[in-house]
Design a binder for this molecule. Structure first.
Ligand code: NAP
Length: 251
């Protein structure tokens, strides 16, 4: 009986970083979480720790998204579209088109696909909430960031459009836009080059996945008539996406 009353949350990109932190915090706060990603072993480890239900999911694939939606309960209260990330840091003149397509597939199309597939279950809960993880890269740009910034700008357009298209439906829509968060983001961006990734956070204090998770929890625990449109949070050491204060002693 008690299990039936728990709210159901779905978190994509649950195998690492921000998504993993969101799963932990939502589980601690009474949600039954279904966590999706491609790396099965990672999901299973998090499931053992938190009680999360793991789901193999590749948001770039319409079939995978459909299978995920079918495996979920008939009512879903919260969908956190967090799966995504960046590929490379090339200037437009050297652009790698496959990297750009991959970023669009995961950050933009993946989010739209998951939102469309889960809409009936979100609305059916009577108290649905969609949270998209955007980025300060959805507001600003930097040299080498065109592909990722374009994808996160596009994601913001999807979030804002859904708020118009779902007006009158019982589904709140929030976008959380973090600045620098130390996760596996830069390792993935640089194709597994851990040393290069470490340099991104050298001499400054980045956000943690837990900081972002706190903002998600706050947004989803407001009274049902309150829609938190967006939260933009960044480290104190970051004034703009490309303006970072680094302590000399740690350089
Ligand atoms: P991360 O540690 O690399 O985590 C990315 C997560 O997304 C992983 O769980 C990964 O799982 C999953 N993922 C990637 N592509 C996927 C796909 N096609 N299908 C399903 N899952 C997929 O990086 P993170 O920093 O936590 O990133 C999470 C989100 O925050 C991303 O949307 C990112 O753009 C955004 N963000 C990050 C920062 C930052 O500085 N770190 C700042 C602003 C916004 P699998 O590889 O197992 O599938």
């Amino acid at each position: 009986m008690e299990e039936k009353r728990r709210k159901v949350a779905v978190v994509t990109g649950a195998s690492s970083g921000i998504g993993e932190a969101i799963v932990r915090l939502l589980s601690q706060n009474g949600f039954h979480v279904y966590g999706g990603a491609r790396r099965k072993a990672r999901l299973e480890a998090l499931a053992r720790e938190t009680g999360m239900t793991p789901i193999l999911l590749d948001v770039r694939s319409p079939e995978s998204v459909m299978r995920c939606a079918e495996a979920l309960p008939s009512e879903v209260h919260l969908l956190v579209n967090n799966a995504g990330g960046a590929v490379g840091l090339d200037h437009v003149m050297d652009m790698d088109e496959s990297g750009w397509l991959d970023m669009y597939q995961s950050n933009v199309l993946g989010t739209a696909r998951m939102s469309r597939a889960l809409f009936p279950k979100l609305a059916g809960s009577g108290l649905g909430h969609l949270v998209n993880i955007g980025s300060v890269a959805g507001f600003e740009t930097y040299a080498g960031g065109a592909g990722y910034c374009a994808a996160k700008h596009a994601l913001r357009a999807v979030t804002e459009t859904l708020r118009l298209e779902w007006l009158g439906q019982p589904v709140r829509i929030t976008e959380i836009d973090p600045g620098m968060v130390e996760t596996e983001f830069s390792i993935v961006r640089f194709g597994g080059d851990v040393e290069r990734a470490k340099k991104v956070y050298e001499g400054m204090t980045p956000l943690t996945g837990a900081d972002v998770a706190e903002s998600v929890l706050w947004a989803v625990t407001r009274p049902p008539h309150v829609n938190v449109d967006a939260i933009l949070l960044r480290p104190l050491d970051q004034a703009r996406v490309d303006r970072v204060f680094r302590r000399a002693s740690e350089r």
